[in-house]
Design a binder for this molecule. Structure first.
Ligand SMILES: CC(C)(COP(=O)(O)OP(=O)(O)OC[C@H]1O[C@@H](n2cnc3c(N)ncnc32)[C@H](O)[C@@H]1OP(=O)(O)O)[C@@H](O)C(=O)NCCC(=O)NCCS
Length: 197
């Protein structure tokens, strides 16, 4: 049922018209993003280093850019540019800093490069983003694994998330169950999901 809604939602919000322009914006963002991270990987740790660590103040700029690019590139099939803009605004550097003081914010770092971020607030995943050029390599699963352990250690019995339409399949793979459809900032469709710990 929710699956059906999610697929319909994805179709309903698929950007129409002006697709060439959208593609240009996305390609440009992807190019900028690759350049930023090319620089980063040249100056940092060796390739084998993978870790999940606290978000530091120094990370805010890069993490905010990671989220903007993830929204613009990875979710563009499911949301229109206006919705992506509203979502991106809610992850500005200052909003991220505020989020980090309210919840537990962790970044996934691979070879000195931050390629994923998760925020856990109580039993709720408030943010989960992986760099568009690092998808399907297990980064998201590692961050969810961290969130599960952290929530359990704090006595929580479940994890909840308002999943983007883009991420519903991923969360299902992680053992989450769809509960009901909902709306996020800017009216973006989401699916509320839960996982017992
Ligand atoms: C959702 C997201 C975090 C997943 O990150 P990821 O690093 O690519 O995921 P992983 O590689 O760890 O995937 C783990 C498993 O889920 C599967 N998976 C990943 N994305 C999937 C999707 N969209 N649909 C179905 N399965 C998916 C993987 O194939 C993998 O399966 P396997 O264990 O059989 O190999 C990433 O796609 C993303 O950042 N999306 C855009 C932002 C977003 O929507 N965030 C969620 C906000 S609530």
């Amino acid at each position: 049922m929710v699956d059906h809604l999610a697929r319909d939602g994805a179709r309903a919000h698929r950007p129409r018209g002006n697709e060439a322009l959208d593609r240009k914006v996305i390609d440009k963002q992807l190019m900028l993003w690759r350049n930023i991270n090319h620089d980063a990987s040249q100056t940092q740790a060796p390739f084998s280093t993978v870790m999940i660590r606290r978000l530091e103040l120094d990370d805010l700029h890069r993490v905010s850019a990671l989220i903007r690019n993830s929204l613009l590139i990875s979710t563009s099939a499911d949301y229109d540019l206006e919705q992506i803009g509203s979502l991106a605004a809610s992850y500005s550097e200052s909003r991220l800093e505020a989020l980090a003081t309210r919840g537990l914010m962790r970044v996934h770092e691979s070879a000195g490069r931050v390629d994923g971020v998760v925020c856990l607030q109580g039993e709720r995943i408030q943010a989960l983003f992986v760099s568009p050029d690092r998808l399907k390599r297990g980064v998201g699963a590692e961050l969810i694994g961290w969130a599960e352990r952290a929530a359990k250690e704090r006595g929580k019995v479940c994890l909840r998330v308002a999943a983007s339409l883009t991420a519903v399949g991923f969360y299902k793979r992680m053992g989450f169950i769809p509960q009901r459809p909902g709306r996020a900032v800017g009216g973006a469709r989401v699916v509320h999901m839960i996982k017992a710990l």
